[in-house]
Ligand binder design. Sequence first.
Ligand SMILES: *Cc1c(COP(=O)(O)O)cnc(C)c1O
Length: 470
Amino acid sequence: MEPLLLDREARREIWAVVEEAVEAYLAGVGDLPVAPRVGAERLREWLRPYDFQSPTAPLEAVRFAVEGLRSAQLHTSHPAYFGVFNPHPTTMGFFGEMLAGAFNPQLASWISSPFAIEVEQHTLRAVGGRVGFGEGCEGNFTSGGTEANHTAVLAALTERFADFTAKGVRGLPAQPTIYVATECHHSFVKAARLSGLGDLAVREIPVRADLKLDPVALDKAIDEDRRKGFLPFFAVATLGTTNAGVFDDVEAAAEVAQRQNVWLHLDAAWGGPAAIVPELSSLFAGVGRADSITIDAHKLFSVPMTAGMVWLRRQGLLEKTFRVGGTSYMPPGSKHADQVFHPYAQSMGWSRRFVGLKLFLSLAVAGWDGYRETFRRQCRLADRLRAGLGGWKILNDTKLPVVCFTRDGLDVEAFAKRLADSGKTWVTTTKLGSAGTPCLRAGITNFRTDEKDIDALLTCLDGSQPCGTS
Ligand SMILES: *Cc1c(COP(=O)(O)O)cnc(C)c1O
C-alpha cells in the first residue's frame, strides 16, 4: 500500500469513520464541556507514542485526531459558547475545505487555477458590492483580518510615498503615522511593525464615552503630528469593534480623512456582513468614501478558520504594492495581455490555497436571505440577553449580538473563571473604553444558539441555581 495515498478500501474506512465522527460532533457537541481542561503534560503524554519510527494504522491515527479535537479544544460549535467571534463552521464551509484539500488548486496564478481564481473574484465582487466596494474596486482573500489590515497599510504606504517600494521607510523624509481608536484591533500594531514603521508609529486616539472613534480628537492628533514633522497617512474606523460591537461613524471619519488627506481604512472584520440586513445598513453610511475595507469570512459568515478579505477602492494598487520583477518562473502579471488576476503578484503570498471556496459554497447554499435571517436571529437573541440582565449594568450600545456587562464590585476574572469551570457556558472578559472598565462579554456567534441557551446563560449569571439548569 502506498502510504501517502492509501488504497481504496482504506480510504473507504476513513470516510466512514470521519463521517461518523463529524455527525456525532454535530449532534453531541452541546453535551461536551464548552471548555475542556486538558493540561500540556497530559497532551504530551498522548503524543509520545507518535515518534514516527513505526507506522500507525490510518484508522488509528484518524481516531486519535478526532479524540484529541473532541477533548482538548474550546468548542466554538457549542451552543453555550459566548466567546469572541469564532464560529460554528457552516457545513458547506467544511465541505469546501475538504474539496480544496483534495483537488488542491494552486492559487498563485490564474493559469494554474482559473476556476478557483474566478470563484474567488466572483465572490469578492458579490460581497464587496454589498459593502460599497463593488464595481471598479479590487480585492483579495487573505489568511485573516490581520493580513487584510496589513495589506491595506502596505497599499497606503505604496500609494502615498513614491519611494516606499524601492527604499522602504528609510527612504521617506520623516516618520509616517497611523491613527486608530483605543478600541481598535491590535492587528494595526503588528501591521506597523511588519511594515517597518514600528509600534510607535501607531497613535491611539481615546474613544468617546460611547466607545466610538472621536473624530475631533483624530483631527487634532493629525494636526499636532504634522506640526511636529510626522507624516500622517492612514486612519482606521472600525465597523463592529472586537470588544463591544460598536460601529464608528464613517461619515465623520471620512470628513477628517478627506480634510487631512489621509487614507481611510475600515476594519469591518466582524461587522461587515451586517451590511446585508436593511435595518442595519445605516451603520454603513459613508463607506463609499473609504479607501479600503477588511472583512473576515470566518466571523459573521461562519466559514471554518480562516478566511480574510480585503478590498481597495482603486484598481491596480494591489499589483503596485506586491509585484516583484524578475520572476521568470512565474506567468506574467495582470498588466499583460490576458488581464487576469494572479494572486502571487497581487498579495503577500506566492503559493496559496483555495480560501474562497468555503465562502462561495456557503453563500451559494444559504443565499443572502439565509444569512440575513441568521444575523437577525442572533440580534434578537442578544436583545433577549440584554432584557434579562436586570441586575447588571450594560456597558456597550450596539445593535449587533455582543453584550458587555458588569455589576458593582464584581471580580470579573474570578466570575468568568467560575462560569468556565462549570463547563456549561463560556463568556470572556475584557476592558472597555478609555478608562479600561473591566466587564464580562457575551457574544452570540453560534448560529445554533437559541432562546433556551440564552435563558441558561442568564441562570448561570444570576447564580441562583447551579450553572446550566434552566
Ligand atoms: C478579528 C478581528 C481582526 C483580526 O482578524 P484575524 O482574522 O483574527 O486576523 C481585526 N479587526 C477586528 C475588528 C476583528 O474583530
